[in-house]
Design a protein around this ligand. Structure first.
Ligand code: RIB
Ligand code: CA
Length: 307
């Protein structure tokens, strides 16, 4: 069994990624830690607890940072819905998280499972950065760190012309991670729009799977209209699920080992990934950036796990 620790700002695509991990026979999700991002923290915690209950797994959920380290929180409820889960009336309240604070849980989990934890971060990186500042030693103890974030080498942004939301929300947290020495693998929004757009045909295939397939589509109600009106995609895209697919099976991916930094100033450069191909910045090659993940490999895994 591989041990996954999922850090999430649970909204409509995070929930699908969590279902994938919960249902994979070779993956043990040891904990979910929650961070503010798509929605305010309390709502993200409820969404995570609901998803755990829906999948019938015994996975503890822990509360984390309710805002970025140095900035005000800006959420994405126009993208995922006020409740983050498509505003379709799901009972997303009244559940109780486990005792413990997410950054400390990240530290304790990695230290007590040296070389065995795959950390899958699918929201802003505030919890992970705080954990690293509290305990830099965890960088050398974690097995893999798979992050949904950035826009690869040349991808467009989804919150500004050049920045992806998770990295834009807390760019200072990204800089802490980039300088930490953690074994980083980035799956950017460029990969999502290239290989994880849920077209109408794909939606029909998911609905045919039954309860979880219908859940996966139903909660994208807001994202669906956002896609048609704003990003002009053929349907909602699944950035967190394809990042989770890479965490579960990295073999189909094309990856480049690159020196990467992040812009931490104000807009318009805020949160923009700076990929240094020719070493101008003397940055070490600190990130394995996924530059391609085959669409068929992703959807085949998604159907298998939600079926
Ligand atoms: O930019 C996409 C990312 O922002 C995904 O993690 C999505 O859930 C949102 O948090
Ligand atoms: Ca997310």
């Amino acid at each position: 069994m591989r041990k996954f620790l999922i850090d999430t700002d649970t909204a409509s695509d995070d929930a699908v990624a969590m279902c994938m991990a919960f249902r994979h026979p070779d993956v043990e999700v040891v904990a979910c830690t929650v961070v503010a991002g798509n929605v305010p923290l309390p709502q993200a915690v409820q969404n995570a607890l609901y998803t755990v209950e829906l999948c019938g797994v015994d996975v503890p959920v822990y509360v984390g940072a309710d805002r970025p380290m140095l900035r005000d929180l800006i959420t994405a409820q126009e993208v995922h819905g006020e409740d983050g889960m498509g505003d379709i009336g799901l009972p997303l309240s009244g559940r109780t998280a486990s005792d413990g604070w997410a950054p400390q849980v990240i530290i304790d989990t990695i230290r007590s499972n040296p070389g065995e934890i795959t950390l899958v971060a699918i929201g802003p990186l505030t919890n992970v950065a705080i954990a690293l500042l509290m305990a830099p030693d965890i960088a050398g103890l974690v097995e893999r760190v798979v992050i949904m974030g950035g826009t690869g080498e040349h991808g467009p942004g989804n919150i500004s012309p050049t920045a992806e939301f998770n990295f834009w929300v807390d760019p200072e947290a990204v800089r802490v991670i980039l300088r930490s020495g953690m074994p980083l693998e980035f799956v950017g929004w460029d990969i999502s729009i290239a290989s994880a757009v849920v077209t109408t045909a794909r939606q029909d295939q998911l609905r045919a799977l039954g309860e979880l397939g219908n859940f996966a589509i139903d909660i994208q109600a807001t994202l669906q209209s956002y896609a048609w009106e704003e990003t002009r995609l053929e349907g909602p895209d699944f950035p967190d699920p394809i990042a989770m697919a890479h965490a579960i099976n990295p073999s189909p991916a094309t990856v480049e080992h690159l020196g990467v930094d992040i812009a931490v100033g104000p807009d318009p450069m805020r949160g923009t990934l700076i990929v240094d191909h020719y070493g101008f910045s003397q940055l070490p090659k600190n990130v394995h950036v996924v530059t391609h993940y085959p669409e068929d490999a992703f959807f085949t895994m998604l159907y298998e796990l939600l079926g």
